[in-house]
Design a protein around this ligand. Structure first.
Ligand SMILES: *[C@@H]1O[C@H](CO)[C@@H](O)[C@H](O)[C@H]1NC(C)=O
Ligand SMILES: *[C@@H]1O[C@H](CO)[C@@H](O)[C@H](O)[C@H]1NC(C)=O
Length: 471
């Protein structure tokens, strides 16, 4: 653990952040991890961890038959804010079909039917929270028995390392195919991207192991970009100056308390997810998403409106290099309204302003800022429509699904760098969330949406909620 942390860029970032905030670094974030210790078969937690790994394995596999642990090769545990088990086991086919209700699951007597796999599991158990998490699962078919005879158990670590790099290459290849990535044939390009991909997987594992929600982090379409590249292309540096932004009028408080849950997608106020492309124009998408909702509530028709109009014609903001929602509302008021997406289509780069007042289909009259209390934000949203909000997007580069609740040091609420649209809220299995419409395409997160923990001002989500007002 300590060795793994030593070269972690994330830790450096965390340290840099702590220094910037004047946090006492001598006070550890959580107790220093202990060193791994080997386990006896009789260890009380081991059985539970094995069962948990087995259950997760079966749940995630497409195999017809249930598999059970047929041999324990090695097991260690380590104290890391709970107990982290590393288990190397063989899993073999039982005669039980997965769907069968009668469970007398004997192994097959014939070796060839066993289809044995060798798996490495890491199970993270937090006894005082009653939770177990599968941090890692790496499986490979077991080698032929004759070959294995010559393979002493000491070779396991070398073999595991090889398995690991094979697996990494496999994941990278899959990533390249899935997201249609072609790298220039220039020497070293793909190599460099593979290294970044590897680093990002490690960062995702770190986020995963410390996530306090139910999120899954891992390979995303941004997995071949360094954190710096990602930030400079997709995020919004102007939002970091949010404390100096033009003061908006305070919104009057919501008339009713917030209902338990609300989702504007179920009420026709939200257009499909759009894609800002390689341009830091999230602010335009956030504001236009809000205006689409406001116009729908005023007028009854949901029209897709133009972000490009803001990118080209809002002279105060910086087009693809970032902007502030407060400026964007003002720009639209001055222009006299917004054209449709069809009439003024998105190109993803700044062009000469091509606005025609004759093509305006929606207007706004002013804008307001909503209170920073999450309960009030929820009540306001349910009453008035989807809201423009901003947040710290560090964890979003690695997010795949579930309710994200990053460890605070990875998601500094004062370093806001991405604007999005809050469309609803609720709870999943007791975990309260915000439903956030993003502008990175539908192949990001959950069909283009990011779900963030609600109730702890996570990632600064409460800092900059605002809305246009249509009279
Ligand atoms: C809704 O907006 C459209 C387009 O701007 C307009 O033609 C129509 O009259 C509006 N309808 C209502 C009920 O306001
Ligand atoms: C709101 O703005 C529109 C367009 O600029 C304008 O025609 C309308 O009169 C305004 N409404 C009010 C109540 O000010």
């Amino acid at each position: 653990m300590a060795a793994a942390l030593r070269f972690n860029p994330l830790l450096f970032l965390a340290l840099a952040v702590s220094v910037a905030l004047g946090i006492d670094l001598k006070r550890p974030l959580f107790p220093a991890p202990g060193s791994p210790i080997g386990l006896q078969d009789s260890d009380p937690g081991l059985r539970k961890a094995l069962q948990f790994a087995e259950e997760r394995y079966n749940r995630g596999s497409n195999a017809m038959h249930l598999r059970r642990v047929s041999r324990l090769i090695s097991a260690t545990k380590q104290v890391v804010k709970g107990i982290r088990y590393s288990l190397t086991v063989e899993l073999s086919n039982t005669q039980c079909k997965k769907s069968a209700t009668l469970r007398t699951c004997d192994f097959y007597p014939e070796a060839h039917s066993l289809k044995t796999e060798v798996c490495l599991f890491e199970v993270w158990d937090i006894p005082w929270e009653g939770t177990s998490t599968l941090l890692k699962q790496k499986c490979e078919p077991k080698m032929d028995p004759e070959l294995e005879e010559t393979n002493k158990i000491e070779d396991w670590s070398a073999q595991a390392e090889e398995v690991e790099s094979m697996k990494l290459l496999g994941q990278f290849k899959e990533f390249m195919v899935k997201y249609n990535k072609g790298y220039s044939t220039q020497e070293g390009t793909a190599d460099r991207r593979l290294k970044i991909f590897h680093e990002n997987l490690k960062t995702a594992e770190k986020l995963q192991s410390l996530d306090q929600g139910s999120a899954e982090y891992g390979v995303t379409k941004f997995s071949d970009l360094t954190v710096e590249e990602f930030r400079s292309v997709y995020l919004n540096p102007m939002l970091s100056q949010w404390t100096q932004h033009r003061e908006l009028k305070r919104a009057p408080p919501a008339a009713q308390p917030a209902p338990d849950s609300w989702d504007w997608r179920e009420h026709g106020a939200v257009n499909p997810v759009k894609n800002q492309g390689m341009c830091g124009s999230c602010w335009a998408f956030s504001v236009i998403g809000n205006i689409e909702g406001q116009w729908f509530l005023k007028n009854g028709s949901l029209i897709s409106l133009s972000e490009q109009e803001l990118v080209d014609c809002d002279g105060v903001d910086k087009a693809c290099r970032g902007g502030l929602p407060s400026n964007a509302y003002e720009a639209i008021e001055k222009l006299g309204g917004v054209e449709t997406e069809n009439d003024y289509s998105y190109t993803g780069h700044k062009q000469k302003c091509d606005f025609t007042s004759g093509k305006v289909v929606a207007y706004i009259n002013s804008s307001v800022e909503i209170d920073k209390d999450e309960k009030e934000i929820a009540a306001w949203l349910a009453e008035h429509g989807p809201l423009s909000v901003a947040l710290n997007a560090f964890a979003m580069q690695f997010y795949r699904k579930g309710v994200s609740h990053p460890f605070k040091i990875f998601c500094n609420p004062w370093m806001i760098d991405h604007a999005v649209l809050l469309v609803g809220y609720g709870a999943r299995k007791g975990v309260p969330f915000w439903a956030i419409k993003n502008s990175w395409g539908e192949d990001y997160g959950e069909q283009g949406y990011y779900y963030l923990y609600r109730g702890s001002n996570a990632c600064g989500i409460n800092k900059m909620a605002s809305s246009a007002v249509v009279n």
